[in-house]
Design a binder for this molecule. Sequence first.
Ligand code: ADP
Ligand code: MG
Length: 435
Amino acid sequence: MNTTFEKFNVKPFILDAVKELRFQKPTEVQERMIPSLLNGESAIGQSQTGTGKTHAYLIPILSKIDPSLQEVQAVITAPTRELANQIYQEVLKITKFCSGEDMITARCYIGGTDKQRTIDRLKQQPHIVVGTPGRIKDLMVENALLVHTARTIVVDEADLMLDMGFIEDIDKVAAAMPKNLQIMVFSATIPEKLKPFLRKYMENPKYTHVAPKQVTAAKIKHLLMPVKSKSKTKLLHDLLVEYNPYLAIVFTNTKKKADEVADALLEQGLKVGRIHGDLNPRERKKMMKQINELEYQYVVATDLAARGIDIAGVSHVINYELPSDLDFYVHRVGRTARADYSGNAITLYEPTDENALAQIEKMGIEFTQIDFKNGELVEIGPRNKRQNRKKQINEIDVAAKTSVKKSTKVKPGYKKKHKYEVEQFKKRQRRLKKR
Ligand code: ADP
Ligand code: MG
């Protein structure tokens, strides 16, 4: 025995599992939350992505399951199918250390799977349920899944649950559970709009906020790459080839763009995976499996993959375009440098991204600018935000003066006309630059 998890009052199989997971010591959220969760207290845990929130609740929950009662004892909800499945896999990695009479059963219930088959197999209730709120609620409404025996419910990625409109389903499930329910809410941020739900179910929750030392993990390098004349997909291709990453995720804002970029990389000879909402559940599951088995060195994804999903070994995150919701910058880059590894986050940017970049910098992110020089990737000086803009405007001015000829004959109103033409020219130039 050599793990510091021993100080928690948990069952031996947990310590065996933790040992196999190679967790040397609890992370800060785990350290601060596990004791009170073992005590049955309700709690809100807020900490940065990648800080080990999953095991902060899995360890106490699994340790407290009574295997002799064949009934649902804990319900764990997550906003996406992938995330639910990922949590379920983590559960299995621990429950495989129990056996015989102490066996703990867990099931994963998510949309896009055969509901009737699930219902048929629910003659026997599992000890632990992991799933998306909609499917869990459906199974409950059908009287197939009996949640009234559960003592604990987990709401993971609560802010995203709110964004995706799942709080209502969770509310219905929680309402069917006992009065003295233990609620565990985990989130990277606690938005104001979540508070009515929290107040409804939690009288005096213990609130643990592990304040981030930095907005994102310390070991992420934030890099900026200007997009110039080269085609953007060619630039991306060159960047990926140059980095030769262990695993890179390229983020786009839309499914369409994700396909476009993936196709373009494919055409240039790179084997790329893709994750977005247009894949059917089976394809998504297969893709996640292939990614985790490192079949791909590059994956193009939409923000579907930016939240909560823990793909091991992401060494590079590339923003092919900046997210429209800038908070997602933090979520996206959070896919790398997890659990203390280091990682690179590279953002391709154009002059029109200046405002967004300034806002990200205000969140406390510091960028280093890079570019190709003679085919090699080098750090270049900081982008001179305002100066650049001024310079750009001056260039347009000069171009306008030389391109719009002054009339040689002096007619009445010629000055006005010339001024108008210059303005029109400038407008056109500015518009062209924006595209
Ligand atoms: P979060 O939910 O806070 O975003 P996760 O629970 O997904 O973070 O954990 C991120 C990574 O850290 C996972 O790969 C997980 O296995 C690993 N991890 C969790 N706890 C520990 C620990 N105590 N020591 C080392 N690694 C850990
Ligand atoms: Mg998590």
